[in-house]
Design a protein around this ligand. Sequence first.
Ligand SMILES: Nc1ncnc2c1ncn2[C@@H]1O[C@H](COP(=O)(O)OP(=O)(O)OP(=O)(O)O)[C@@H](O)[C@H]1O
Ligand SMILES: CC(=O)N[C@H]1[C@@H]2OC[C@@H](O2)[C@@H](O)[C@@H]1O[C@H](C)C(=O)O
Length: 363
Amino acid sequence: MLESQPVTVLGMMSGTSLDGVDAALLRTDGERIAGFGPTAYRAYTDSERAVLRAALGRWPGDDGVEDVAELVETAHAEIMARFDGVELAGFHGQTLAHDPRGRGTHQAGSGAVLALVAGYPVVWDFRSSDIQLGGQGAPLAPFYHFALARHIGAKAPVAFLNLGGVGNVTWVDPSRAKPEDEGALLAFDTGPANAPLDDLCQSRLGLARDEGGALAATGQVDADVVRAFLEDGYFFRMPPKSLDRHFPALDGAVAHLSDADALATLSECAAAAVAEGFAHFPAEPAQLLVCGGGRHNADLMRRIARRLACPVVPVESVGLDGDMLEAQAFAYLAVRVARGLPTSCPGTTGVAAAVGGGQVSTP
Ligand SMILES: Nc1ncnc2c1ncn2[C@@H]1O[C@H](COP(=O)(O)OP(=O)(O)OP(=O)(O)O)[C@@H](O)[C@H]1O
Ligand SMILES: CC(=O)N[C@H]1[C@@H]2OC[C@@H](O2)[C@@H](O)[C@@H]1O[C@H](C)C(=O)O
């Protein structure tokens, strides 16, 4: 176990949007944030992304999964080589499938391989033990959100929203001493966010995304589609709850619409899902701090803000880096795992009691 002194830890996240690997250095003792360090991004090439996309929904042992793991490890080894002075790393891996109450969760890539390549310990497989103990295995960033809320000096409850391929929110009461204390955190996945937008851009337009939401902003929302979407059972479940990247209720839902109308409608669905999530919060947050690539989508941000009473602002407004926050989260969680501290609790994943998830692999 590490001493309770800050260490220099590298966090790496390859998210459900399949855009690339984010990496960030953090100085932390796993409780307080002592400082932020350099960051790096390694985009997947079009052909790598096609391989990842084709592997979505696959489980360990399925055809081709070992090749995907190797692709993920190679991309991460490349980004690790760009950092000096790293004492420990947190490696999330690439989620290919997530079914917490069924087959479990599958993050491709081995931290044991990366520890050998890098020559320092790597913490990985963050989600399995939470699921084994009855939790959702996601979201895991909330313990880091708690540390951030205290780091920015929040005095009243605030909420973080990550707009990745999937959306997830964390309501934080910064007056509690520890993240696992009752009432400190409530977190869950809100619903699909950018993934359906990207998938539509890819399949209809051959584009990776709708830059800034420009095309969606010119479209008309089909309110019937949004209404039907909100009738999905997911929105009637009490949190904590988590999602796979694939949200079946949206399959074919906008097939009858023009490109612009389809994007506007999917964007409105993502915003409506966030607003539905707000209804579960114990109290209105002072502000909604948004991270993840979706905060660059002005159309989506406008739609979310229109549906909420509190200010909706990018995390940059409180001095944080919204593109690297999840990578930092896995750096922070890695130190917690190394120190034997919990990384999830009933309020974040629904696990029966606070638990630390993750394996530590040494070179
Ligand atoms: N300028 C932009 N305009 C529109 N969308 C954008 C922009 N920049 C990023 N995005 C979208 O943000 C997403 C990437 O965000 P991010 O890297 O936070 O997601 P992720 O970490 O892969 O996903 P998750 O958090 O679900 O694991 C992509 O879906 C991309 O289309
Ligand atoms: C299984 C999985 O990879 N889930 C991701 C995904 O992307 C966003 C949302 O769904 C969240 O639950 C989670 O990632 C973040 C980093 C988390 O665990 O907090």
